[in-house]
Structure formats: C-alpha cells, structure tokens
Design a binder for this molecule. Structure first.
Ligand SMILES: NC(=O)c1ccc[n+]([C@@H]2O[C@H](COP(=O)([O-])OP(=O)(O)OC[C@H]3O[C@@H](n4cnc5c(N)ncnc54)[C@H](O)[C@@H]3O)[C@@H](O)[C@H]2O)c1
Ligand SMILES: O=C(O)C(=O)C[C@]1(C(=O)O)C=C[C@@H](O)C=C1
Length: 393
C-alpha cells in the first residue's frame, strides 16, 4: 500500500548507505521502489537487502558493466527487453560531486517526476540546476520539479551493507525549496521525509550550508584532527582509551572520498568557523605556555565553561529542548542474547528507553549497557533490574 501522497514508483539513484537506507525505509512503509547505481555490486547488494527492485534499462554511465547488465548477461535480474517503469519520484542519493548532474539528467529523462537529492551541501547543486536553466539545458518548468533536501542522519560507514531502514527516525530532514519550486514537489519531498520518520525543517540552501558548516562539518574536522594525533601513539597508551576519546572520534572513521567532496563544496562557510577556532586555539596555546601566570587558570576555566554553554544548547531527542536523562548502567556478559534479555526486563518494568549505548572496557569480557531513562524512572528501573538479578552500577 502506497504511503499517502508519495507518487510511485520511487526510483533511487545511488544505492550506498543513504540510498539503500531510504529504499529500506520506503519499502517497509509499503512503497514500490526501484534502484539504480553505476556500481553493479552496490546495486545488487541493495536489491538483496530488500531496498527495492533493479531499475530495468541503463540510466547510469555507459560502462561496459552496465551494458552487460542491459544485455542480461550478469545476474539475470535485469534485461534490456523489460519495459522501464515511469517513476513518480526520483531520489538522487549519489555522491555530492555528481549529484547535480544526476538531478539534471533525471529532470530531463523523467518528465513527470518530482526529483529530490539528499546531498550534504545544498548551494552547489542548486547553482548547477539554475545554471542549466540559464544555459538552456533545462526549462524553468523542469527545474521547478527539483527540491534539494538533506537528512541529518548518517553513519561513519558507507555502502549498502551499512544501510538501516530506521536511520532517519526522529532525525531532522532539511527541505530547501525556492519560490519557483512547485508546491507539489515540496509536499512530495516533505512526505518522503515524514514517511521515513524524520522531522521536516524548511530553510534556504544558503542557511542550510551555513548551519551544517558548524553542526556537521566542524565536528568531522575536529574528530579527524584529534584522531590523526593517534597515528604514532604507542599501543600501551591506546590501551587506556576510554569514553572521552571514543565520544570525540567516532566519525573520524568516515569515508575520505565523501568528505573531500563535502568540505570542498562548503569551503567558504567552513573557513569562517575555522578562523574562530584558530583564535580560541591560539589563546589556549598562549595560556598553556605559561600555565602559572596570573589569569591563566581563569582563561582555561573560561574556555571549558564556554564549551559547557555551547554543549547545553544542543537539542535533545526528537528536536526537543535538551533534557538530562538519567542513565542506568547494567553490566552484561559479552555473549549473544544478553542485551535482548535486559531490554525484555526493562519492558516488563514498564520503563521507556530514551537512549541506549553499549561500552566495552578494554581487555574485559563484559559490556556496560547504558540505558537512558526519564530521571523520575531511574530508581524504579534500578530496583526492577536488580530484582531480576542484573548487576546495576
Ligand atoms: N553518509 C552520511 O552520513 C550522509 C548523510 C546524509 C546525506 N549524505 C549524502 O548522501 C549521498 C550518498 O552518500 P552515502 O553515504 O550513501 O555514500 P556511499 O558511498 O555509501 O554511496 C554512494 C553511491 O552512489 C553511487 N554513485 C556514484 N556515482 C553515481 C551516479 N552518477 N549516479 C548514481 N549513483 C552514483 C556509488 O556507486 C555509491 O554506491 C551523498 O551526497 C552524501 O553527501 C550522506
Ligand atoms: O552520525 C554520523 O555518522 C553522520 O555521518 C551524520 C552526519 C552529521 O554530521 O550529522 C554527517 C554528514 C551528513 O551530511 C549528515 C549527517
């Protein structure tokens, strides 16, 4: 059964982490999805995972591999003889540096379809589409079917194997329409975001790019800079790693290929922020060079306090104001079935899990399951789990 106001079928161009996650989410909402990727293996994995059917015919780069698929000589799922369906929506989930071209190609190739992209930087693609109109490659009516969007959810891994249908649940999803954008295209883009469980935020491409420079691109740079210090670190130092390091470096594992495109496409906005960071860093270095000088400790305290103030402004779950959840930490054996057994008991105690994370301490065969709950429920949960024989710390 099709979700309300998402015209089917939905064609997803680019079946990596994001495209496959969108396919999985839409499929579980009952939508009919087709998949296309110039990498035959990325497309085949996405199909196998259940994100949709292969789109018949070759709409990717005219590579030998895709020609072979058209001739029906690979896995047999696609043949040149099959009639290509007419998509109602095209979701472009290709890397940022080709997303603009794939958007333009989709607007021309599929005359009735709403076309949206989900690339991490919006201004550059908007400018490519506008330039195609000025250059006569697109009509204004074709360009009006395009909506730039950006789900603020992802992972530090790429490719379809890392995909999750629930990736977008409760995440912000930015929709960047222009005055000329057709209202139908905007409502289709917003409905897709909602069907996938996200919360829609409307803004201009310029405001979006300035925002993500700070809330997404700076954190990536910071994680990479911190982690790059670890390259020559002796193993005995790394063995002491705790949550401080893990919390600040998870996204340092991200794909360099993707991030070189994101950072290059948003360089002016990122630079503004980096200048500010450089000032703070210079101030800290000067202070640390003479840590006992009068005022030095106050300077350090101020820097940490400024961090406290900024951190306190990060919104909480579902975009709500930050809320301090209480954490109940349970020690579990590092064996299959332990986490589900704890969660079963949490459910039976009638306590809602607001957040969940698992930590392993180096060299120990146990894990620490951190269950975030509303502060008023902490004691109830601690008592209930202790009564069930769990070790709560
Ligand atoms: N990774 C994240 O956390 C994240 C979050 C939000 C948005 N995005 C955006 O989503 C898009 C995809 O990122 P990803 O993380 O899924 O990357 P990915 O590397 O996992 O997947 C990209 C896929 O696009 C395919 N591709 C390459 N050229 C193509 C073309 N011309 N036409 C169609 N497909 C093509 C690749 O073969 C690959 O399978 C990017 O624009 C990225 O900025 C990423
Ligand atoms: O959490 C992650 O691993 C992400 O990659 C998420 C994240 C982000 O910065 O929030 C990264 C880049 C995307 O454009 C959108 C989302």
């Amino acid at each position: 059964m099709a979700p309300r106001s998402v015209p089917e079928p939905v064609l997803i161009r680019g079946t990596g982490l994001l495209g496959t996650s969108i396919g999985l989410g839409l499929r579980s909402a009952g939508a009919d999805t087709y998949l296309s990727d110039p990498s035959p293996s990325a497309q085949a994995v996405a199909v196998d995972i259940g994100a949709g059917r292969p789109f018949p015919g070759d709409i990717t780069a005219s590579s030998a591999a895709s020609a072979a698929v058209e001739a029906g000589s690979t896995d047999g799922t696609t043949t040149g003889a099959e009639t290509a369906p007419v998509p109602g929506v095209v979701v472009v989930a290709a890397p940022p540096d080709v997303a603009g071209q794939v958007v333009i190609d989709s607007l021309v190739r599929f005359p009735g379809a709403v076309v949206l992209d989900i690339a991490s930087v919006k201004g550059a693609i908007r400018r490519e589409v506008d330039a195609a109109v000025v250059g006569g490659h697109l009509t204004p009516a074709q360009a009006a079917r395009y909506v730039g969007t950006h789900p603020m959810a992802g992972r530090e891994r790429s490719g379809p194997v890392a995909a999750r249908g629930a990736l977008f649940t409760a995440a912000p999803w930015v929709v960047c329409a222009k005055e000329e954008t057709s209202p139908e295209a905007v409502s289709v883009a917003e409905e897709i975001a909602r069907v996938l469980g996200a919360t829609v935020h409307r803004m201009t491409a310029e405001d979006h790019d300035a925002s993500v420079a700070l809330i997404s691109h700076l954190p990536q740079i910071a994680a990479s800079l911190v982690s790059s210090r670890l390259q020559e670190t002796p193993a005995q130092s790394l063995a002491l790693s705790g949550n401080g390091l893990r919390d600040t470096t998870r996204i340092a594992a991200s794909d360099p290929q993707l991030w070189v495109q994101i950072l290059a496409a948003n360089a002016p906005d990122i630079l503004e922020i980096l200048y500010g960071v450089r000032e703070d860093l210079d101030r800290l270095i000067a202070t640390m060079e003479e840590p006992t000088a009068p005022g030095a400790r106050l300077d350090i305290a101020q820097l940490i306090a400024e961090g406290n103030a900024g951190h306190a402004r990060i919104p909480g779950k579902h975009g709500a104001p930050p809320q301090a959840f209480a954490v109940v930490t349970v020690i579990v054996d590092d064996t299959p079935g332990q986490i589900s057994a704890v969660l079963q008991d949490v459910g039976e105690a009638g306590v809602n899990v607001e957040d969940l994370r698992m930590d392993h301490s180096a060299g120990h065969e146990v894990g620490m399951l951190e269950i975030s709950v509303l502060p008023g429920r902490k004691q109830d949960l601690t008592d209930a789990l202790t009564a069930q024989g769990w070790k709560v710390v």
